[in-house]
Design a protein. Structure first.
Length: 135
């Protein structure tokens, strides 16, 4: 199992449009067993070791494919994860959603979960999360 630390940051909010698409919600329900909150939580690897972990996950783990409903949308890979704060051992299931987009930032990690993670975990931009990859 791979584990890494990441720092929460806000981005452009474009994932919410993608996450609201019916075919995306249906595929995520099939692959994850739940309808995720219709937005992603963004993380950046905290340290060089975390960057190397994220690189290994992206390059070495197969993940679960999300095939787009049409050529006008991008596909993605899902990596199942457990998320927690450094100060709390309670974990929540989620998944990293890695869009199949040319020039997608190597240091951007988008997490989906059945709840709004910032509210559920009581975290904000600049806070740290621990992510454990379980697939």
């Amino acid at each position: 199992m791979e584990r890494m630390n990441g720092i929460i940051f806000s981005d452009l909010g474009q994932a919410s449009t993608f996450m609201a698409l019916d075919w995306v919600q249906n595929l995520l329900l099939q692959r994850l067993g739940y309808h995720p909150f219709p937005a992603t939580l963004n993380l950046r690897p905290q340290a060089a070791a975390d960057e190397r972990t994220w690189q290994r996950v992206r390059c070495e783990l197969a993940g679960t494919p999300l095939t787009p409903a049409s050529d006008s949308h991008c596909g993605a890979k899902l990596f199942r994860v457990e998320i927690r704060t450094p100060r709390n051992a309670a974990k929540i299931d989620g998944a990293v959603l890695l869009p199949d987009v040319k020039d997608y930032p190597n240091d951007k990690i988008e997490i989906v979960a059945p709840v709004r993670l910032k509210d559920h975990l009581g975290v904000a931009d600049g806070d740290q999360l621990v992510v454990e990859f379980i697939n």
